[in-house]
Ligand binder design. Sequence first.
Ligand code: GUN
Length: 291
Amino acid sequence: MEILDGKLTSASIKEEIAQDVAKFVASGGRKPHLAAVLVGENGASLTYVNAKVKACEQVGFDSTLVQLPVSISEEALLSEIDKLNKDASLDGFIVQLPLPDHIDESKVTMAINPKKDVDGFHPENIGLMALNLPTFLPATPFGIVQMLERYQVETSGKHCVVVGRSHIVGSPMSILMARNAYPGNCTVTLTHSRTVNLKEICGTADILIVALGKPEFITAEYVKEGAVIVDVGITRIADDSKKSGFKLLGDVKFDEVAPKCAFITPVPGGVGPMTIVSLLKNTLQAAKRTD
Ligand code: GUN
C-alpha cells in the first residue's frame, strides 16, 4: 500500500508555481491576484478560505478576502460579484460554498465572469470541461487528477466508481475520469443516494473516489483488494483531546481499508491540499490569459 500524499505533492507543485510566478513577474507580468468571498462565519469555510489566502502568499500571489455578513441579501451579493467581475486588478475570484439558504447558489455561480471563475463552476466552464477543451477545472477534481498523475496511477480501461454526484466534486470527477486523456479513459460509474447495491458496485472498483460527506462510511467490505482509494470527505468531529476541539474524519475507514489498497489518500493531508494548489494553478492561468 502506498499513501497518495497530498501534503508532499502539493508542496512540490507550490514550488513550481512560485518559480513560474517569479518568471512571469520578471518578464513584466503583474503578480496573480485571487479574491475569495466568504459569506457568514461557518468555521470550516473560514478555515478553508484562510488556507487559500495563505497559500497565495506562499507562492507570491496577491490575495483579497471579502467577508460579508450572513444576512446579506442575494441582490447585494450579486452586486459584490459584479464589482469583482469589473475589478481589473483581480485575475480570478471564488465564492466559498455553501451559501446561506436564502441565497440561490446557481444564480451566484452564473453571475461570475467565466474568465475569472477559477473554481471552474460556471456552466460555460463546465461545458468546456465536458468537451475536453481548455478551461479552469474545478479545484478538487483537478487536484485528484494531478495526484493520480504524479503517482503515475494507471487509469486506462479501469473501472472508476465515484460516490456522490455534487456539482463541486462527484459530477465533474466522473467526467474527467471518463475523458480520452491521462488520467482518464476509465469506465465510470457515478453513484449517489438512490443507488441500489452500492456496496457491490464499490466492490468492483479499481479506482474508488468517495465524496459523500459521511465519516467512515466506506469500510473494508466496500473495497476490492488492490484498489486505488481517493477520500474527498472531511468532516469535523468534536474531540476534547485536540487543541482545536475537533478531529477530521474522511469518508473512508482508513485503518481497515488501507491494508487492502494499492494506493490511498489520508485525511487530512490527502485531497485537501491538492484542492488548494489547483486553485492556485487556475489563478496563474487566469493571470496569463491574454484574451
Ligand atoms: N466548498 C467546498 N469546496 C469548495 C470549492 O472547491 N470551492 C468553493 N468555492 N467552495 C467550496
